[in-house]
Design a protein. Structure first.
Length: 342
């Protein structure tokens, strides 16, 4: 009976948390450049363009709304080449006003196919999923640096691949215990917030956040998803972060709460038609899935889904996937892949 009550209590808490996290204002984009002043539209939670709102904040005078209702950076501002712009958007009336704060970013992100799996660690000897490995991926000039997250027993998100590290359970241990773990270079086991802050010190490499499925319960996977989005919203890190997961429900939860985020599915058991119907950004499958289903490449491109493959460390398979038409390749050997894509 106690077990049933505890499960019910958890489910009720999860429901209330879901409503607490639903933003009321969305942007369809977060970057700009001297060639692309349009950032995107301001949208409601129901997916409709927001008609009336107020722009404030440090750089409110640097942006405007064009005739199409899009948020754009003013030409005079673009000439100054600002690295970022800070704005706030407020909508609603009286006691029903909502305000969201945003960091808009000059788009300096690398345009290549290289995603460093758990960072660039193998050649440099840095620990996987460490801030040091992230920094090495940035130095290499990777499009993205992938990392994995788990939720501690008391609701703190840590970066690590496996469900355990050095014999310590990621999900069944509290943050105090996980904070005692040291990686082989002495770096503390990263908390997501610290990891993101390190990644936000640059704007050339995307941060590819993998939501690890919970080994405790499906509900905890959803809770992890919500907590991750809460931190990203708090840090205004949307311009940097893309999402992947083997958990289809977690992916769909990201799409629900951040409908303009880039979300890709990892497991390989969904066709491009299914992913497109559920509004995914792309598929991110083991390369063998595309070898077995070559028609999925054409289908994905027809749906304008991004194609990523993992984890490709063999030179011949890299060549095959590049020829197949992969948009991105996740690898433990980013240096080798760069030899092929430069």
């Amino acid at each position: 009976m106690k077990k049933i009550l505890s499960v019910l209590a958890f489910q009720l808490a999860a429901v209330s948390f879901t409503f607490a996290q639903q933003p009321m204002i969305y942007l369809t984009g977060y970057t700009y450049s001297d060639k692309q002043a349009n950032i995107g539209q301001v949208m409601t939670a129901k997916g409709k363009p927001l008609k009336q709102f107020k722009i404030s904040g440090r750089d409110a005078s640097s942006v405007e709304i064009n005739k199409s209702g899009e948020l754009v950076v003013k030409a005079a501002t673009l000439k100054k080449s600002p690295k970022n712009l800070e704005i706030s958007i407020t909508a609603g009336k009286g006691g029903q006003q909502y305000t969201e704060n945003y960091t808009l970013l000059a788009d300096e992100f690398n345009r290549n196919k290289v995603i460093a799996h758990r960072g660039a660690w193998k050649k440099m000897g840095t620990p996987e999923n460490s801030i040091a490995a992230l920094k090495e991926a940035v130095k290499l000039g990777c499009y993205g640096s992938e990392f994995d997250v788990h939720l501690s027993a008391d609701g703190v998100i840590f970066v690590n691949h496996d469900p355990e590290i050095q014999g310590v359970s990621m999900e069944k241990s509290d943050a105090a215990k996980l904070n005692t773990v040291r990686l082989k270079d002495g770096e503390p086991l990263p908390q997501l917030e610290n990891f993101l802050k390190a990644g936000m010190n640059q704007q050339t490499t995307k941060l590819i956040l993998e939501i690890k499925p919970s080994v405790v319960s499906p509900e905890r996977s959803i809770q992890l998803t919500h907590e991750a989005l809460k931190i990203i919203r708090k840090l205004k890190a949307e311009a940097w972060v893309e999402y992947i997961s083997f958990d289809y429900a977690a992916c769909k939860e990201v799409i629900k709460l951040a409908p303009y985020a880039k979300v890709s599915y990892l497991k390989g058991d969904k066709s491009p038609d299914e992913l497109a119907a559920d509004h995914f950004f792309g598929l991110d499958y083991h390369y063998s899935v595309l070898q077995k289903n070559p028609d999925w490449v054409k289908s994905a491109k027809a749906h304008k889904l991004a194609i990523n493959v993992w984890t490709v460390n063999d030179a011949a398979v890299m060549d095959e996937m590049l020829k197949t038409g992969a948009d991105y390749i996740t690898t433990n050997e980013p240096e080798l892949l760069f030899e092929k894509v430069k």
